[in-house]
Design a protein around this ligand. Structure first.
Ligand code: FES
Ligand code: FES
Length: 173
C-alpha cells in the first residue's frame, strides 16, 4: 500500500489499484490492494486514528465515517469502493477553535465516558442533523441504533445530539 499527495505519481504494483479519495477536504492519491478495508486505509495508511475499530464485523459502529455524507462502517467497505468519494473522519468534523455543534453537544451534555465509540457516534449524528435538523428523541435513537456504547447508557448521547440540533437551528435561524 503506498500513499501520495494529489500531484504524486507512482508505479502501481500488479496487485494494487490507484484510487483517489478526498479525505477531510484533502485529495489523496493512494495505491491499495483490492482487499484493503477502508478502515485500514484511514487508520494505517493515512494515520487518522480517530476512526476506531471495535469489532471488525459491522456490529459496533466505532469505525463509522461519512462517505459522500452518508455514515458508513468503514470496516465493511473496501478502500477501492471509496474511489472518487469524499470521506469525512472525526478529524475533519471541526477544529479546536471551531467545533462542530455535535462535538460541542457531546462536551456540554457529557455524551462520552471512555470515548471509544464517540467518533462514530458523532459522525452518525452529523449525518442525521444534516438530513433532519429537528429530530425527535426517537429519531435520534433510531439513527444511532447501529452505534454501540459500552459506557454511557446512551442517555447523554441522545441529549448531546438534541443539544447540537438546537444549536444548529439557532445558527441558521
Ligand atoms: S469496527 Fe466496524 S462496526 Fe465495529
Ligand atoms: S463512551 Fe465508552 S464506549 Fe461509548
Amino acid at each position: 500500500m503506498t500513499y501520495g499527495g494529489s500531484s504524486e505519481v507512482r508505479t502501481v504494483g500488479a496487485d494494487e489499484r490507484r484510487i483517489t479519495v478526498t479525505v477531510n477536504g484533502e485529495r489523496r492519491v493512494v495505491e491499495v490492494e483490492p482487499r484493503l478495508l477502508l478502515a485500514h486505509l484511514i487508520r494505517e495508511g493515512l494515520a487518522l486514528t480517530g476512526t476506531h475499530l471495535g469489532c471488525d464485523t459491522t456490529s459496533c459502529g466505532a469505525c463509522t465515517v461519512l462517505v459522500d455524507g452518508v455514515p458508513v462502517k468503514s470496516c465493511t467497505m473496501l478502500a477501492v469502493q471509496a474511489d472518487g468519494c469524499e470521506v469525512t473522519t472525526v478529524e475533519g468534523l471541526g477544529t479546536p477553535s471551531e467545533l462542530d455543534p455535535v462535538q460541542e453537544g457531546f462536551s456540554v451534555e457529557h455524551g462520552l465516558q471512555c470515548g471509544f465509540c464517540t467518533p462514530g457516534m458523532m459522525l452518525t449524528s452529523k449525518a442525521l442533523l444534516d438530513a433532519n435538523p429537528d429530530p425527535s428523541e426517537d429519531e435520534v435513537r433510531w439513527a444511532l441504533s447501529g452505534n454501540l456504547c459500552r459506557c454511557t447508557g446512551y442517555q447523554n448521547i441522545v441529549k448531546a445530539v438534541l443539544w447540537a440540533a438546537e444549536k444548529k437551528r439557532g445558527a441558521t435561524a
